[in-house]
Design a protein around this ligand. Structure first.
Ligand code: ADP
Ligand code: MG
Length: 348
């Protein structure tokens, strides 16, 4: 069978089935933002790893090494945040091509440290080797969470409301603008400079929502949570799949930033597309039962309610006039198979 038929998430499911043990010691294994492993009766170790490949995830013609280091820390720390945990330690592995400079690699680690030190995450190891062509970066982050406070993708229940922190679509819009700039910025684009700079920054230097993830976990408000890495439609799809439910979201309620609105004229697609299938926002998408709404508002988190969890196991997008369309998982899939986007990801 071709990988494109199975898709990235189908492949992960196959790996999970092959590797499954009769009795697992993991509280949460393959299938969530991070594995949750019991260390003591009260404490759980969170472990997550992500790879960034030159030519697939990043392009050095419009990404600097400082941003690359920052981002490779951010994407992993974000997975710990999505479990409601505290990130603690990191390991980095690099495969370095023959033409690389020491200064570039030093900048990578300065960027990595600039983001990690915000969360007190310490680099404690890794691996270094050569690559024939292109950089490969693999980062592992370890964190911890109280056993009873771990928030997984599987806890959403019918009637729960769906929320997202911050705004969505900025990163994907920033990437599109970054690519345009790399091809030679047009004078008209320069006019919207500050909006565009904000979107590009959101793409290159995302800030994971660690404090908010923590608040949502400790308050017991979030029934399920995931970070938005592949795009709202895909990441909500993961919550629905794992929880055995469906969802209805309202297009008008999806939070869009002033920056993306100001840059509208320079973007190719309708703004909602960037939110639904763009990805890399690293905001938190979570569900909460209706009786927790008051408590949620008291947490001081920038949050928008975008829909509700339904019993029917489909996702729908509702519009202003009450019309509904079926929402497919249109976010990023490395093998662009069923349900996945058919584009290649050249991010930062
Ligand atoms: P995220 O976007 O939150 O980083 P992924 O979609 O990369 O999550 O991964 C989903 C789940 O599948 C995670 O639990 C991850 O650890 C697991 N996973 C992904 N690839 C593999 C693999 N090759 N072997 C084992 N587990 C994997
Ligand atoms: Mg994640």
């Amino acid at each position: 069978m071709k990988l494109s038929t199975l898709g990235e998430f189908g492949l992960i499911e196959k790996i999970r089935k092959i590797s499954a043990l009769k009795s697992s010691r993991a509280a949460v294994g393959i299938g969530d933002d991070a594995a949750a492993l019991k260390l003591s009766p009260h404490s759980t170790l969170l472990a997550t790893t992500d790879m960034l490949i030159e030519g697939v995830h990043f392009d050095l013609s419009y990404t600097d090494f400082h941003s690359l280091g920052w981002k490779s820390a951010a994407v992993n720390i974000s997975d710990v945040a999505a479990m409601g945990g505290v990130p603690r330690f990191a390991l980095t592995s690099l495969a370095i091509p023959p033409d690389a400079s020491v200064e570039g690699i030093a900048e990578f680690y300065r960027g990595f440290k600039a983001l990690s030190k915000k969360y007190d995450v310490e680099l404690v190891g890794g691996d270094t080797c050569s690559s024939r062509k292109g950089f490969i970066v693999s980062v592992t982050v370890l964190g911890e969470v109280e056993k009873s406070m771990t928030v997984t993708r599987s806890g959403a229940r019918t009637g729960d409301r769906i929320f997202v922190t911050g705004t969505l679509g900025d990163s994907a819009a920033g990437l599109e603008l970054l690519k345009k700039r790399a091809q030679g910025a047009k004078s008209s684009i320069r006019n919207a400079k500050s909006a565009i700079a904000k979107l590009v920054k959101k793409h290159l230097k995302p800030v994971p929502r660690v404090e908010w993830g923590r608040k949502l976990a400790l308050s017991g408000i979030a029934s399920a949570m995931i970070d938005v890495s592949d795009g709202l439609s895909s990441d909500l799809g993961h919550i629905c799949d794992q929880s055995g439910v469906g969802a209805e979201i309202h297009g008008d309620s999806i939070p869009l930033s002033n920056a993306i609105r100001s840059a509208r004229d320079f973007l190719r697609r309708p703004l909602i597309d960037y939110a639904l299938s763009g990805g890399e926002d690293y905001e938190l998408l979570f569900t909460a039962p209706p009786d927790k709404l008051k408590k949620l508002l008291s947490l001081g988190i920038k949050v928008s309610e975008i829909g509700r969890i339904t019993q029917v196991r489909h996702m729908h997008l509702a519009n202003r006039t009450g019309g509904k369309t079926l929402l497919k998982m249109s976010g990023f899939d490395h093998f662009s198979g069923s349900g996945g986007a058919r584009r290649r990801r050249i991010l930062s």
